[in-house]
Design a protein around this ligand. Structure first.
Ligand code: ATP
Ligand code: MG
Length: 248
């Protein structure tokens, strides 16, 4: 009932671009799913359909009941608001101000930014800004969290640290996560399941179940099994790419 399920989603933009073709998948409540694929394969479009920001041309969607939050590639913080006020914003907008300051403090604690509560965004590093953005997304206790390449602009070490922190938040709050990336190891490290997508038209090429138990530690990235799985996913992306090119 509370799963995220899509049935034969297709979307053709008015300019004739078929961004998605016959996309069907299902993931259970509280699961972690990633959409992986090259630029233009329709990842952001699929995320926007899941958020009901745009309507598919064909097909249907069922998603978990409750609050939904979106995290974008850029932190999109309001520069004139402090860290605390940025995180508090969604609660103000929904007039949910009861216990707001407690909840904001808790989120700042969780992302390790308690000491920066009164700082302004320009005083923070890119990684810290993204932590604020995550805290803001989770302050409303969403049941579904959609993330569109949230760590794409960060250096590798910061990205890995934020991957680990995101998993800690996910294990604690048990939201369903749909994570868009074109970074193979990021998708493998985070997810229970990865949909490899291919472009023109955007479709699911292959679905991988990732067998590693949680909590996933940093050392997992150095294991042979991890490297092997990353290799298999990379091959799948390339295969799908060549297939798409041959039919273009
Ligand atoms: N509003 C739009 N109108 C027309 N075409 C669009 C629109 N939005 C996206 N497209 C096209 O649809 C296809 C899929 O775009 P989408 O942004 O979903 O890809 P993506 O996988 O998120 O790519 P990236 O990794 O670069 O973010 C692309 O060919 C894109 O040019
Ligand atoms: Mg995109």
């Amino acid at each position: 009932m509370n799963s995220l399920t899509t049935q034969s989603l297709s979307l053709t933009f008015p300019n004739g671009v078929e961004a998605l073709h016959d996309v069907s998948f299902s993931c259970g409540e509280s699961s972690f799913l990633s959409l992986l694929g090259p630029s233009g394969c329709g990842k952001s479009t699929l995320l926007r359909i899941i958020a009901e920001l745009i309507k598919p041309t064909e097909g249907s969607l069922q998603r978990p009941a409750g609050e939904l939050s979106f995290v974008f590639q850029a932190p999109t913080l309001l520069p004139w608001r402090t860290v605390r006020k940025n995180v508090q914003l969604p609660l103000e907008l929904s007039r949910n101000t009861r216990e707001a300051s407690e909840r904001v403090n808790e989120m700042l604690e969780l992302v390790g930014l308690r000491q920066f509560a009164n700082a302004y965004p320009h005083e923070l590093s890119g990684g810290m800004q993204m932590r604020v953005s995550l805290a803001r997304a989770l302050v409303t206790r969403p049941r579904l969290l959609l993330l569109d390449e949230p760590f794409g602009a960060l250096d590798d070490i910061t990205r890995q640290r934020l991957n680990e922190e995101l998993l800690t938040l996910w294990q604690r709050d048990k939201f369903t996560a749909v994570f868009v990336t074109h970074n193979v190891s990021e998708a493998v490290f985070l997810s229970q399941r990865v949909l490899v997508m291919t472009p023109r038209p955007g479709r699911i090429h292959e679905i991988f179940d990732i067998p590693f138990a949680y909590p996933r530690e940093r050392q997992l990235r150095a294991s042979a099994e991890f490297a092997q799985l990353c290799g298999a996913l990379s091959n799948s992306i390339n295969e799908g790419h060549e297939h798409a090119a041959a039919h273009a």
